[in-house]
Design a protein around this ligand. Sequence first.
Ligand SMILES: NC(=O)C1=CN([C@@H]2O[C@H](COP(=O)(O)OP(=O)(O)OC[C@H]3O[C@@H](n4cnc5c(N)ncnc54)[C@H](O)[C@@H]3O)[C@@H](O)[C@H]2O)C=CC1
Ligand SMILES: O=C1[C@H](O)[C@H](O)[C@@H](O)[C@H](O)[C@H]1O
Length: 338
Amino acid sequence: MTVKIGVIGCGAIGLEHIKRITNTLSGGKIVAVNDINENNAKKIIADLHLDAKFYADGHELIRSADVDAVLVTCWGPAHKEFVLEAVKQKKYVFCEKPLATTADDCLEIVEEEMKQKKHLVQVGFMRRFDEGYVALKKTIDEGQIGAPLILHAAHRNPAVDEKYTTDMAINDTMIHEIDVLHWLLDDEYISAQVIYPRKTGNASSHLADPQIVLVETKKGIRIDVEIFVNCKYGYDIKCEVVGEDGIAYLPEPATVQTRQKAALNRPILMDWKQRFIKAYDYEIQAFINNINKGQKLNGPTSWDGYAAALTADVCVQAQQNPGKILPIKMKDRPDFYK
Ligand SMILES: NC(=O)C1=CN([C@@H]2O[C@H](COP(=O)(O)OP(=O)(O)OC[C@H]3O[C@@H](n4cnc5c(N)ncnc54)[C@H](O)[C@@H]3O)[C@@H](O)[C@H]2O)C=CC1
Ligand SMILES: O=C1[C@H](O)[C@H](O)[C@@H](O)[C@H](O)[C@H]1O
């Protein structure tokens, strides 16, 4: 069977996913696209020679009998309405992070999905599908470094534009660490604290950059996440887990090392689209395969979307109260999501 897919939001990542489904992955076909920028959406249909229909209304796309599953890749504040509609129509939906912009909105989606008694939602936290993070989790789960005690992480972008704001460092950027680290450690967060080092001269006047977020987990693990979105040198993601018997590191992307002109060189990626390109492929292929085989979705769920949004909400409050340690109080996970 081929999964007939409709895409809502044909911007940067929407186009990436349309290309991968059309040219790289198997079992899926783009049959419908929507975007408030109609011309851009129609240009993608033409440029990629898609056998797809443009829908002026995302909700109509979701309700169409020609669409089996929906990709929500539009602007974050518009995610909730489309995910909720898809769930109500009993359609599978892959929603790029964030699931919704507030924890309460995520809970509305959780409630609706439980009402449907079927796992219909996968959230685009692709690092859980990244080979490096999967290998790092295997090392930890096998006890190779003993009990994890401390985790150091860094999320560095070469630069961001003027529209990027201090809170986006949490709810747009660090949200990846928020989701992947508690999955990696099989643990839950209990508090968050934000501190601000000396500001880089390469950041806009309105933006606090870099930032350090300190998180404690239920097991007592202490996590520090550096977010530095104007680091200039590259798109660089770090994760170091300090255990009682050793240390484990997130593998660096495979790049060729050269020795020339009295220097040792290894290129560093500059673009998130390249750094996690296989993880994006794996997450979307898993979504398609599970639908095709009638299997339960095995990616991040609506509940994971809620957990990330709630943690991000507290981290944003911690940004506004520098140095203050704020509690993270998560609702109990329903059996439906265990
Ligand atoms: N998983 C990942 O690594 C990444 C995830 N993202 C997420 O994907 C989403 C989109 O990000 P980008 O593609 O970078 O943004 P973008 O701004 O390039 O594209 C967003 C598209 O959505 C359209 N749009 C906005 N509101 C809409 C609405 N109500 N209905 C239909 N279309 C609408 C815009 O016209 C635009 O074409 C965001 O939630 C972002 O957080 C973005 C980059 C990487
Ligand atoms: O989701 C993303 C990208 O994947 C990058 O990891 C972040 O740096 C970026 O801010 C965000 O849009």
